[in-house]
Ligand binder design. Structure first.
Ligand SMILES: [Zn+2]
Length: 652
């Protein structure tokens, strides 16, 4: 059947035919009117030997295959298969949101195909697509929990049912697979579900809809970008409108906990469930990228301030309270009790990624980096098969925080999709040039927005040493701006272009924008300042008052008992005046620069002292303390560790 051309426009199909799926990045912002920066495709970036290549390789070669095995062993794939079988066997297993775990794994696998083509993996994804879509009902509805005797409960439990959360991840998997292979089958399955929603749900007299766990909002924005169909963005706007508060009889505590159900611009602070709130804010930032809505824009910037100034751990972790997995009050940042779910750190990075592309401001990239190199990186062991759900800033050896499997296994595939596509977070383009956000051995093979092919090659010893060389190779000489991020921790950075030192200030936490006629083979040399330093918290963080942490480059460090035999890490203090030494890389944690600093230990141990007394207790026994990067805690097995230590004579 031939559709009239106007109908094609209305359905978005004509717009769909225009962009090449190969050119769409993690986010496809080329046509987003408010986007200052545009992400590059995952396939445009290859890591070479270095920190992130190691992590990406282990993700693709070890982590993804072992997790698929576990998803199979725990019945998560069978939950779909059984629905296509007459006997409906085996019985469904796992909590009601497990569909999303498989979708997220598929998203990771889909992105990985752009890094490392793998016909066998692609065939697995095709088979899984068939398995999933065989469970889709003719209406478009697709969920393995609300079936059979639970089918009457569909949409009756929108606060906790996760039906839309699962759909969001289905769409993201479908979009990733489409952008990696050009295959639309999974994406079309997701679209059928969205079309079902558009038919039956929406403002009265249609049925009310609520994202009890925000996530669909950002997926709908990306679906709009992928198809050009405005109705998908309008559905996100409806979900943000909160007009269903009365119809769904939401309680005040639901509005707080879910970060959903009330008009988004009424939000003044981050509260409630950390992942829900950050996904909602990320989706709202996507909405701003598409519409420029002023009230939404003010709100996301206000929320960012609340996060950055009052509610973010030094590791980029988010979520202070284990009960409810929620944000705490301002400055409520306990260390041992920190909840800091891996997914929350990832959600924080996604929120900052949107703000970076909206504004081009380095402070957002800075928080992406803080999370990525610390509270996200810690979520997966170097072996690639152990994961953290919580990433506290201190833990005893008895706290088994790295595990191969969780009944709620949201974090492992979330980490995988992040690492599989990681290179695409490192670069962006804009109308005036190209942006480098993070530094590792990597090659960008892409093009300027003028259309001129461009290759950027980064050779560096980052993140362990500061020397970095970037070879700039446009296909032909062309004037454009190279935006180089100068991280907030590099207090003194030198920059040379073709051997000549760049004059003028090179300020931390800004992008150095260098506009010139670039010729193939031009070289930029940067030397970042990786001096190890003590970090102090705002004194309103009671838990960290009088304490310091150590930072070197992007890494926050921790004191782990494995490196400090005979010392209780919870009974040690840093000596304020002592130098901090960088130790040569060790075998474990692999390749990491460890730090050594003078400290003091309590003697006799504090456990032998009374709980209260009239004299302060000060540590007196000099000790040498050895620190490892925080991300590597428990990597060599269970151990006591802590990020923050009392700091004596530190100017308190
Ligand atoms: Zn999680």
């Amino acid at each position: 059947m031939r559709m009239p051309i106007l109908a094609l426009f209305a359905s978005g199909m004509l717009c769909f035919a225009q962009p090449s799926w190969r050119e769409e990045g993690l986010l496809h912002l080329q046509k987003s009117p408010q986007a200052r920066l545009h992400p590059v495709p995952v396939r445009a970036v290859q890591f070479q030997t270095g920190f992130w290549k190691t992590r990406q390789d282990v993700t693709i070669e070890r982590s993804m295959p072992t997790l698929l095995e576990l998803l199979e062993q725990n019945g998560i794939v069978d939950n779909f298969r059984r629905l296509a079988r007459p006997d409906r066997q085996p019985p469904r297993r796992g909590p009601l949101y497990t569909d999303s775990d498989l979708y997220k794994w598929m998203e990771a696998a889909a992105w990985s195909l752009q890094v490392k083509p793998d016909p066998k993996l692609e065939a697995t994804l095709d088979q899984l697509t068939d398995t999933i879509l065989a469970a889709q009902e003719p209406s478009g509805y697709l969920n393995t929990w609300f079936v059979e005797e639970r089918a009457p409960l569909r949409w009756q439990q929108q606060v906790s049912g996760h039906e839309l959360y699962c759909l969001g991840h289905l769409l993201q998997a479908g979009i990733a697979y489409y952008r990696s292979t050009g295959k639309r089958k999974l994406l079309d399955g997701g679209i059928r579900f969205v079309e079902y929603l558009l038919r039956d749900f929406g403002p009265a007299p249609k049925r009310p809809l609520l994202t009890g766990h925000p996530e669909l909002e950002l997926a709908l924005a990306e679906l709009h970008r992928t198809t050009g169909d405005r109705r998908y963005l309008d559905l996100a706007a409806y979900l943000f409108s909160g007009i269903e508060r009365e119809r769904l009889k939401l309680r005040e505590r639901d509005l707080v906990y879910l970060f959903s159900g009330k008009p988004f611009p009424e939000r003044t602070r981050f509260e409630g469930h950390a992942v829900r709130a950050l996904y909602a804010a990320t989706g709202a930032a996507d909405y701003v990228l598409e519409t420029g809505d002023g009230a939404f824009r003010d709100t996301i910037l206000r929320l960012w301030e609340d996060l950055a100034l009052r509610k973010l751990y030094v590791t980029g972790g988010v979520g202070s309270r284990a009960a409810g997995e929620t944000f705490g009050d301002p400055y409520e940042l306990p260390n041992l009790q920190a909840y800091t779910e891996s997914c929350a750190a990832i959600a924080g990075m996604l929120f900052n990624q949107r703000l970076l592309h909206l504004t081009g401001e380095a402070k957002y990239a800075d928080l992406m980096e803080r999370a990525l190199y610390n509270g996200i990186c810690s979520g997966m062991s170097s072996s690639g098969d152990l994961y953290c759900y919580r990433n506290p800033l201190a833990a005893p050896a008895s706290d088994r925080i790295r595990n191969p499997w969780y009944t709620t296994t949201c974090c492992p595939p979330n980490l995988q999709r992040t690492f599989a596509a990681l290179g695409a977070y490192f670069f962006s383009t804009s109308q005036d040039g190209v942006w480098v956000h993070f530094y590792d051995n990597a090659t960008l093979d892409w093009k300027l927005e003028s259309g001129t092919p461009l290759r950027l090659s980064i050779k560096t010893s980052m993140p362990w040493q500061g020397e970095t060389e970037i070879t700039v190779a446009p296909q032909k000489e062309e004037e454009f701006t190279l935006h180089l991020r100068i991280p907030s921790w590099s207090l003194s950075t030198s920059v040379e272009i073709n051997g000549r030192r760049v004059g003028g200030p090179v300020r931390p936490n800004e992008y150095l924008a260098w506009k010139r006629l670039w010729r193939p083979g031009d070289r930029v040399r940067l030397v970042f300042d990786l001096t190890p330093r003590r970090v102090f918290a705002n004194p309103r963080v009671a838990e960290d008052y009088g304490k310091a942490a150590l930072q070197r480059g992007p890494f926050i460090y921790c004191l782990e008992s494995t490196d400090n035999p005979g010392i209780s890490v919870f009974e040690a203090a840093l000596a304020g005046g002592s130098a901090i030494r960088s130790l040569p890389p060790a075998a474990a944690p692999a390749g990491a620069v460890r730090l050594q600093a003078g400290g003091l230990a309590y003697s006799p141990p504090l456990g032998q002292r009374p709980l209260y007394g009239f004299q302060p207790v000060t540590p007196l026994k000099p000790v040498t303390l050895t620190f490892i990067p925080y991300y590597a805690f428990h990597d060599r097995g269970p151990a006591d560790y802590t990020v923050w230590l009392p700091c004596l004579n530190c100017g308190w």
